[in-house]
Design a protein around this ligand. Structure first.
Ligand SMILES: [Fe+2]
Length: 263
């Protein structure tokens, strides 16, 4: 990307986005960005994917409609509660990102929607992260692929999955290496957080979801550090949006405690 220049002549971040997008896509796309100095995500004419400018780089994702199509196709292959969970992760990610100073809600929705796509191959254990990663890498969606792998690891330890490892030794070594050399961005961390507050029935208190997972899979030596990392994510995003994450997620009380406030 063309950003090597002196501070004295450095253009504004918005101008940089437009200039870089010109190089990356087309002049027509750059013109569409000029209509908004803050917008940095567009479904471009004639394209079947979104391009977002994030963290000094471009992110190419499927469109929102394509993401929903991937999920409905996955539901046909392997129906189950994971589909509704994925939709709620997407909605939570969008709601939080909409109030975040650095994030694009559309990209957050799409990446949240697709994080568990590996389950379409009837993967019931942690190996779904690998099948999801391969699925999106094969389609050129590197960020969606990465989040398929990272969403289960608020701590960068390949042994930290809730369910027992069900892949091969080689796949485990790949995951270890991948986590070690990958810097998480806001989207990795947001999907990790939202994965921990979305039941198939809706949004809930993080504590409820963590206990729900522990009841199904039990504890290991990394369960507690993982829980602490999840609460650290909650603190990080609440600081960024300036309010409780639960204040932007409708139905948390009903879904956590089984009653409607005021009734
Ligand atoms: Fe998930």
């Amino acid at each position: 990307m063309p950003f090597a220049r002196s501070e004295a002549t450095k253009p504004s971040p918005a101008s940089q986005r437009i200039e870089a997008l010109s190089a990356f896509e087309s002049l027509e796309a750059a013109a569409s960005l000029r209509s908004s100095q803050t917008a940095c995500q567009r479904k471009l004419p004639g394209q079947s994917h979104n391009v977002a400018y994030l963290n000094n780089r471009f992110m190419k994702t499927p469109t929102r409609q394509e993401a929903l199509n991937y999920l409905s196709g996955a539901e046909k292959r392997n129906p189950g509660p994971w589909i509704a969970h994925s939709r709620h992760v997407a909605e939570a990610a969008e709601a939080i990102a909409a109030r975040h100073p650095r994030m694009e809600p559309e990209a957050a929705y799409i990446l949240g929607c697709l994080h568990d796509i590996g389950r379409q191959d009837k993967e019931r254990g942690i190996r779904h992260i690998l099948t999801g990663y391969r699925f999106f890498r094969a389609r050129g969606y590197e960020d969606a692929a990465r989040i398929c792998l990272t969403h289960s690891f608020p701590i960068k330890d390949a042994s930290a999955s809730a369910s027992p490892w069900d892949g091969t030794e080689e796949e485990f070594r790949f995951l270890e290496d991948y986590l070690a050399r990958t810097d998480y961005d806001d989207y990795d961390r947001l999907v990790q957080l939202c994965d921990a507050l979305a039941l198939p029935t809706g949004f809930c208190l993080i504590e409820k979801r963590l206990v729900d997972v522990a009841l199904r899979y039990g504890f290991n030596g990394l369960t507690l550090p993982k829980w602490k990392a999840t609460f650290e994510l909650q603190r990080e995003f609440e600081a960024a949006i300036g309010r409780s994450i639960y204040s932007v997620l409708p139905g948390v009380v009903e879904n956590t405690f089984g009653f409607s406030p005021g009734r």
